[in-house]
Design a protein around this ligand. Structure first.
Ligand code: GLY
Ligand code: MN
Ligand code: MN
Length: 444
């Protein structure tokens, strides 16, 4: 990557410090204290779960394997990083602090988790402590003050230039791995085999990925969060939906593609139609647009695809109004993304709280805010032939407006989703991180 990250990171940190000063004022606190988190153990066992860094911690420093470390930010002072580097001959311990972040912090290396107490502010009661209950250390029990969280989470939707570069780097890995996954699919691999090919190409184990890979062949593509990974391929293999991301410095990408074995068949034509809907919607991801409207417009466009494919006989408007389109497109159009694949504050009405409601009848929409420059959000329309939802539709008053032979013909392919990550700009068209990387790295 040719971008000079040092000035971008410095700006990022300055932004966080500005936001923190206001957030602390709102909550009436002097300092922000953020534990990186701790390891969690399986019940009655000494086996630990994969560690996940506190997002409020990794917002400041690209440290995702540092349980027991702490961040302290006090307005007007250099931020402090209490860095746990234990004496431990059982495990590999974190290297000495290094990287472009170190020069911006007072770094204190500690050797046991308890030592952190000596380096945290004197009065825990004057601190906003953001974290999970298990991170409590002495008087430093996470209090997660709502006004502080409301402010920080609301503004986290607006990514800094540094954060966008981190997501671009995650996308480089993700796209490389998606290409490897498609090759494995074309070569006849099982879901498990495709998943391994994906991880190999991403250079990331499943615990490092931002969410569990969805690798679905045939009917499995109708299960929105299918994560079973069958060890043998079905016969015949007809279709492949992969929703898989990658991580970089704590930031995520979230990418879905759908492929057909028969590149000239009717399912490929349906994929092409959904792809065209997705690309058309992308152009409308502009500053000032209410994401709820995009979601409803996606329903209309997808209902049009279903009508053109002979699946439904009603108008797109009637399909949306009656809830029929929701039987085929039962999830939201997308969500904010960043430090978490489903980023926080998707419904935030303001930086002081409040909720922007979802459209009635659309309970799974995760984002109701108006798009503004700097936001990074996904665009992920889909069409599925899920047994449960098709049964409900067949038993509904609208059963007669559906061509059930067409549904039965398409059911064996499962479903289609196409998902890109978009940066909203001040200029008009968004930056499509996903398609830019597919284009940069080859045909796609
Ligand atoms: N990968 C989960 C999602 O697309 O939201
Ligand atoms: Mn997504
Ligand atoms: Mn996804």
């Amino acid at each position: 990557m040719s971008v000079d990250l040092a000035p971008l990171y410095a700006d990022h940190l300055a932004t966080l410090q500005r936001r923190t000063a206001v957030a602390l004022e709102r909550g009436g606190f002097d300092s922000l204290v953020v534990p990186a988190g701790t390891l969690h153990y399986q019940v009655f066992d000494d086996r630990d779960y994969p560690y996940a860094a506190n997002p409020q911690f990794k917002a400041w420093v690209p440290l995702v394997r540092h349980p027991g470390s702490w961040l302290v930010a006090t307005p007007g002072e250099r931020p402090k990083l209490v860095y746990l580097q234990p004496f431990d001959y059982w495990h590999v311990v974190p290297e000495a602090p290094s990287g472009l972040w170190t020069e911006h912090f007072d770094v204190v290396v500690i050797r046991t988790p308890e030592e952190a107490l000596q380096h945290l502010p004197r009065d825990a009661a004057r601190c906003a402590i953001l974290g999970e209950p298990q991170s409590a250390l002495g008087a430093f029990v996470p209090n997660n003050p709502q006004p502080v969280l409301d402010y920080l989470d609301y503004h986290r939707a607006y990514k800094t230039a540094y954060e966008i570069e981190m997501m671009r780097a995650a996308t480089v890995r993700g796209v490389r791995a998606h290409r490897a996954a498609e090759r494995a699919f074309r070569a006849g691999a099982s879901e498990f085999g495709i998943h391994l090919a994906y991880c190999q190409a991403a250079g990331q184990d499943s615990t490092e990925l931002p969410y569990n890979n969805i690798v679905a062949l045939n009917e499995h593509a109708a299960v929105l969060h299918y994560t079973e990974l069958d060890r043998l391929p079905p016969k015949p293999v007809r279709s492949f939906l992969i929703d898989a991301g990658a991580s970089h410095a704590g930031y995520a990408c979230d990418i879905t593609r759908t492929w057909a074995s028969d590149r000239d068949g009717e399912f490929q034509a349906l994929i092409d139609a959904v792809d065209a809907v997705e690309r058309g919607l992308c152009e409308r991801f502009t500053a000032g647009t209410d994401y709820r409207q995009l979601h409803l417009d996606a329903h209309l466009a997808l209902a049009g695809v279903l009508r053109d494919a002979g699946v439904i006989r009603m108008s797109a408007e009637a399909a949306l109004e009656s809830g029929v389109s929701s039987k085929f497109f039962p999830h939201g159009l997308g969500h904010g993304i960043g430090l978490q694949v489903h980023d926080v504050a998707g419904f935030a009405a303001s930086d002081a709280g409040g909720t922007l409601p979802k459209p009635e009848g659309h309970p799974y929409l995760r984002l109701t805010r108006t798009l503004e420059p700097g936001m990074v959000v996904t665009n992920e329309p889909g069409i599925y032939f899920a047994d449960l939802l098709m049964r409900e539709l067949r038993e509904s008053a609208h059963a007669g407006e559906v061509d059930w032979d067409r549904v039965d013909a398409l059911r064996p392919y499962g479903g289609i989703r196409i998902e890109d990550d978009l940066v909203i700009t001040a200029e008009g068209a968004p930056v499509n991180l996903t398609r830019e990387e597919f284009a940069r790295s080859g045909a796609g």
